[in-house]
Design a protein around this ligand. Structure first.
Ligand code: F1P
Length: 357
C-alpha cells in the first residue's frame, strides 16, 4: 500500500512552519510597540474579558491567566455563548470592562454577535484578536491586534492558535514592562523549532505505540488552556476520547476512568513541581502510560514516566505554552495517521461554525 508522506498534509505543514510565522508576527508587533503602549495605558485598570469558541476559547483561558500572572490585570475567560446568554452576569455594571473577542476566522457567529452586543448595547470597548484583519469581527471592533499570518488551510487550528497566543503574550509582557520577558519571547520561535525537531521521532512513536487509545491532558495555571486545547486537537484530528483537567483535579473523580489504554500527558509548570511528581507516580501505578513534558528543572520524572520531553530551562512559565503546544499538535497529528485518519478532513467539522442567530 502506498503511504502518504506527511509533507502532503496541510495540517503537518502548518504545525511545522508556525515558528517562522511567529518571528514575523513578533517583528510586526515590535514595530508597533508605541501603539500597543498607548492602548495598554488606556485600559490597564479595566477588567479584561477574553472570549471565543472552541480552540479560541481555550486560548482565552490561557490568555486570561497570563495577563493576571504577568501584568496583574483583572481578567476572566468565557465562551462566547455565555455572553449571548448571560451578558449581565459577565459585565455586571460595577466595573469598567474591555472585551477581547478571539477568532481565527473572525466570522464565527457566536463571537461576532457577542462582540456586537457588548459594543452596541453595553457600550463596552472591544479589542479583536483575529488572524484575519479584514473579517467582520476585526472590522467592527473598536480596536484590533494585527500581525501577519499565512492563512491556514486546515480545518483544525494549529498555527493560528499559537500565533494569536504569541501576540497576546507580547501584549502582556509589554504591559508588565518586563524587558527580560520580551527578550525571552524573541527566543521562543528558535527554541520551539529545536524542541520540535529533536522530539518528532519520539512523539511519532508515542502516538503510534499501539496501546494508548484515550488521552488525558493535565496542566495548572497557564497550562490549563493548553491541556484543554490539546484534548480538543486529539478529538478533532483522531476521533478519540480525550479530556483536559487541572492536573490535581484529575484525582477527584476522573481518575476512576484511567486504564491501560489511557495516555496521561502532564504539562508541567514551576509551582506544581512538588505535586506533579507524585501525580506521575500514582498515574503510572494505575497501569496508564505517562508522558511528562517539563523544562528539566521541575522534578525527576524518569522513574515514573514512560516518556519524557524536556524543553530546557531559562524560559518563564508563562511562555511555556508556546513550547508545549506544537508538540501536542504533532502528537494528535501522528495519532490520526496511526489510526488511518486523514487529519486534513476531520469528521463532522468545518473551519467555521455559522449559525442563524
Ligand atoms: C473556532 C472553531 C474552531 C474549531 C472548529 C470551528 O473558530 O470553534 O476552534 O476547530 O472547526 O471553529 P474561530 O472562531 O477561531 O475561527
Amino acid at each position: 500500500m502506498k503511504t502518504k508522506s506527511p509533507l502532503q498534509d496541510f495540517t503537518y505543514q502548518e504545525i511545522m512552519r508556525q515558528q517562522a510565522g511567529w518571528e514575523k508576527a513578533l517583528d510586526h508587533l515590535a514595530a508597533n510597540a508605541g501603539e500597543l503602549g498607548e492602548f495598554i495605558d488606556r485600559f490597564r485598570d479595566h477588567v479584561w474579558v477574553f472570549s471565543g469558541c472552541g480552540t479560541s476559547y481555550y486560548l482565552a483561558q490561557t490568555a486570561s491567566f497570563t495577563f493576571q500572572y504577568l501584568a496583574g490585570v483583572r481578567s476572566k475567560a468565557v465562551p462566547a455563548s455565555e455572553i449571548l446568554m448571560y451578558p449581565e452576569v459577565i459585565f455586571n455594571g460595577t466595573e469598567k470592562y474591555l472585551l477581547l473577542p478571539i477568532s481565527r476566522s473572525g466570522t464565527t457567529s457566536e463571537i461576532v454577535k457577542a462582540a456586537q452586543i457588548v459594543r452596541d448595547k453595553l457600550k463596552i470597548s472591544t479589542l479583536a484578536i483575529s488572524c484575519n484583519p479584514l473579517s467582520p469581527l476585526s472590522q467592527e471592533s473598536d480596536h484590533r491586534l494585527t500581525f501577519p499570518f499565512e492563512k491556514e488551510r486546515s480545518v483544525v487550528m494549529t498555527s493560528s492558535f499559537t500565533t494569536m497566543l504569541l501576540a497576546l503574550f507580547q501584549l502582556a509582557a509589554t504591559m508588565a514592562n518586563d524587558e527580560k520577558l520580551i527578550g525571552q519571547l524573541r527566543q521562543v520561535p528558535e527554541i520551539s523549532s529545536g524542541i520540535l525537531k529533536k522530539n518528532e521521532t519520539l512523539i511519532r512513536q508515542i502516538a503510534a505505540n499501539g496501546i494508548s487509545k484515550d488521552f488525558v491532558f493535565l496542566g495548572q495555571g497557564p497550562m490549563l488552556g493548553i491541556a484543554n486545547e490539546a484534548a480538543l486537537k486529539m478529538q478533532e484530528m483522531t476521533i478519540s476520547v480525550s479530556h483536559g483537567y487541572h492536573a490535581l483535579e484529575y484525582r477527584h473523580g476522573p481518575m476512576s476512568t484511567a486504564a491501560k489504554q489511557t495516555l496521561m500527558i502532564i504539562l508541567c509548570c514551576e509551582p506544581a513541581r512538588i505535586y506533579e511528581e507524585p501525580l506521575a507516580k500514582d498515574l503510572k501505578s494505575l497501569g496508564a502510560k505517562v508522558l511528562v513534558i517539563h523544562d528539566g528543572q521541575s522534578g525527576i520524572f524518569s522513574r515514573h514516566a514512560d516518556y519524557e520531553v524536556i524543553t530546557g530551562g531559562g524560559i518563564n512559565d508563562a511562555l511555556k505554552p508556546l513550547l508545549y503546544m506544537p508538540l501536542l499538535q504533532l502528537l494528535a497529528y501522528y495519532h490520526a495517521l496511526s489510526k488511518g485518519i486523514n487529519p486534513d478532513q476531520p469528521k463532522n467539522l468545518s473551519q467555521v461554525v455559522e449559525l442563524n442567530i
